[in-house]
Design a protein around this ligand. Structure first.
Ligand SMILES: CC(C)(COP(=O)(O)OP(=O)(O)OC[C@H]1O[C@@H](n2cnc3c(N)ncnc32)[C@H](O)[C@@H]1OP(=O)(O)O)[C@@H](O)C(=O)NCCC(=O)NCCS
Length: 202
């Protein structure tokens, strides 16, 4: 885990019950001096996550959804969180500053034995918090979770090939480029290619 002395290591998340996982939290000081808490999502976050999704959708073209395109109902979001909390190879993580959700990340491992060691992650952060270290802290949290699981052996992700900030972050953490998928996005009449990246964690 990072060298910041304020970090609290959330070890053994994988084997924890839902209640225990709710309590696991990492606290990190950002480059602007604010403190961010990174923790597993809980049901009580549902409405704030919906607010977050509405906001982040309008801030970047690097996500799979734009403004108004991904609006789960409160019930749907609660169910999604409950499913995550009940599943050992899935996790949904939030970054919280002053009680406001400013970042969200999810990972789903495979369900069958041959593919349960791997899965794809997604991450987003509100624009006001880009470049302050939130992405690094959240990714490190996920990598620690994966290592602790003893089951997850590799993280995969796909990123738009012009998303320099994200690619820099992933490479900094050891991800390597594994290939290109063409025409993954189509936005305002333009296709965008994606880089596939992966990190082995054994
Ligand atoms: C991509 C994203 C998750 C990165 O998170 P972040 O909190 O901004 O990243 P960090 O502040 O931890 O910075 C990580 C690294 O990126 C690099 N970086 C920072 N700003 C950069 C910039 N403007 N251009 C290129 N690289 C940059 C730095 O190397 C930095 O590490 P360092 O501070 O140790 O030098 C976030 O910016 C985001 O949510 N963007 C919009 C949605 C998105 O693109 N999601 C990913 C889809 S695959």
């Amino acid at each position: 885990m990072g060298s910041n002395p304020t970090s609290q290591t959330p070890w053994t998340l994988y084997d924890m019950s839902g209640k225990e996982r709710e309590k696991a939290m990492k606290v990190v000081e950002l480059k602007n001096g604010e403190m961010v808490s990174i923790r597993e999502t809980v049901k009580e976050d549902a409405s704030r996550i919906i607010d977050y999704l509405c906001m982040v959708a309008g801030e970047t073209d690097f996500l799979t959804f734009g403004p108004g395109e991904f609006l789960p109902t409160l019930d749907q979001e609660v169910v999604a969180i409950e499913e995550m909390l009940g599943a050992s190879k899935k996790t949904m993580t939030v970054a919280v500053v002053n009680n406001k959700i400013i970042g969200c990340m999810s990972f789903s491992g495979g369900t069958r034995p041959r593919v349960q060691h791997t899965g794809e992650l997604g991450i987003s952060i509100l624009r006001d918090y880009w470049g302050l270290g939130v992405g690094t802290a959240m990714m490190e949290y996920l990598i620690d979770w994966g290592k602790d699981s003893k089951v997850i052996r590799k993280f995969n992700l796909r990123v738009r090939d012009d998303n320099t900030r994200a690619i820099t972050l992933y490479k900094k953490l050891g991800f390597i480029e594994e290939g290109i998928t063409t025409r993954e996005f189509y936005i305002n009449g333009k296709f965008f290619d994606f880089v596939r990246m992966g990190l082995c964690i054994d």
